[in-house]
Design a protein around this ligand. Sequence first.
Ligand code: RB5
Length: 143
Amino acid sequence: MKFYIACDHAGFNIKENVKNIVKDLGHEIIDLGTNSNDRVDYPDFAHKLSLAVLEDKNSFGILICGTGIGMSVTANKHKGIRAALCHDAYTAEMARAHNDANVLCFGERVVGIGVIESMIKTWCETKFEGGRHSNRVKKIEIS
Ligand code: RB5
């Protein structure tokens, strides 16, 4: 699987660890910043990552801010992005299986590295179930 990752200053401290988790699971990860603890605006990074995921068919995204809320709210403004704010392996599993989510969001100030690892592992192992969920996912988009 191919992932893009981006964060704001409140997600920066954990970003390298998250990249290593993805790589250790055998997946590719491309870092779109931010690259320091200097304050930045999370929408800039959520937009940048969303455009990259939309451009690169079948890729996924990981967005980290303090809570994950700002990143997910912003990313979901993009048609074709289904960004899921997850808190544990169960929400990560359902985000893929039922919502066909393509961007995983979480908060550095909310979840620890063990939970993050279990969310990413589960995300990678879970496929969209399709079936009754396909029509629901189609109904998410408004034209
Ligand atoms: C930054 O302080 C914080 O507001 C941001 O990282 C995020 O949590 C917003 O949703």
